[in-house]
Write a protein that binds this ligand. Structure first.
Ligand SMILES: CC(C)(COP(=O)(O)OP(=O)(O)OC[C@H]1O[C@@H](n2cnc3c(N)ncnc32)[C@H](O)[C@@H]1OP(=O)(O)O)[C@@H](O)C(=O)NCCC(=O)NCCS
Length: 243
């Protein structure tokens, strides 16, 4: 990996193409069952930038190293988040019931005209939400989206020690090449079909609905908590009144 200090400068801009240039969640399913669980993955727009920053800043130093290929500091992460291009790239996320972004992926399209049909995948899952299949599901979702966008080659840059990420890529059929401490995985994508387009549309609708419900339930819970706090204050005030 290059000793890059500016995440935003990474060629494919997912934050890791440096080789070329919860809590509140349902209980974790058994690893064997993970792939059968429907995970609502939604596309994130610019209004999710702050939550994306919160998610990435919550990553521990070693996870930041695995995600970006170097030990990214808070400022570098913030710069990366500020530079995210929501128009060009696709950012996916998984929210828990508290509307905390527990997992996210960045599908970055190549800015090099000679590599127009290429994209790079980068992902992170909060420690508390690992091993539930979220990383693999985000990869599947990114593959489907990339196919629908006419991408024919997907790249994943990972450190060779990142066996979990390389396992996700290899399981999806990617060719993995090790080069010392760094590895590159690339996956040849099939062209889109009616099924991939329809599936993505349905998946997005389901995820948007799931998100709206989570937001409403959270607002309702917050309101209840406020009402309870007011009641408690009123009761305490009554108790403290001189008789
Ligand atoms: C890599 C990462 C995204 C994986 O997320 P995850 O949601 O925990 O992964 P999954 O639950 O989908 O697991 C994927 C596979 O790895 C296996 N796995 C998960 N955690 C494991 C662990 N600690 N040890 C061994 N295998 C593990 C799973 O069993 C699964 O394999 P299977 O499909 O054969 O059962 C997550 O560890 C992470 O955020 N790491 C830090 C950032 C990073 O490395 N990003 C990747 C570089 S771009």
């Amino acid at each position: 990996m290059y000793e890059s200090t500016d995440l935003a400068q990474a060629p494919l801009e997912s934050g890791q193409s440096v080789m070329q240039g919860a809590t509140g969640s349902p209980p974790a399913p058994h690893p064997q069952q993970a792939s059968h669980v429907l995970v609502p993955i939604r596309s994130l727009g610019v209004n999710h930038r702050d939550r994306i920053a919160r998610h990435l800043l919550a990553l521990e130093p070693h996870d930041r190293y695995l995600r970006f290929g170097f030990s990214a500091g808070d400022e570098q992460i913030q710069r990366y988040v500020d530079s995210l291009n929501f128009e060009r790239d696709e950012i996916f996320g998984i929210y828990n019931r508290r509307i905390e972004l527990i997992a996210m992926a960045h599908l970055a399209y190549s800015v090099d005209p000679n590599l127009a049909a290429c994209a790079e995948f980068g992902v992170s899952v909060l420690k508390t939400a690992r091993g539930r299949g979220y990383g693999a599901r985000l990869f599947d979702r990114a593959i489907m989206h990339a196919r629908n966008q006419g991408v024919s080659r997907l790249f994943i840059y990972a450190l060779s020690e990142n066996t979990v990420m390389l396992r996700i890529a290899a399981k999806a059929g990617a060719t993995v090449q090790h080069d010392g401490s760094e590895s590159e995985a690339h996956l040849q994508l099939q062209p889109a079909t009616f099924e991939t387009q329809f599936s993505e549309m349905v998946a997005e609708q389901v995820a948007q609905t799931d998100y709206r419900i989570k937001v409403q339930v959270k607002q309702f819970r917050d309101l209840l908590a406020e009402v309870q706090a007011i009641r408690r204050d009123a009761r305490d005030a009554r108790h403290n009144m001189p008789q």
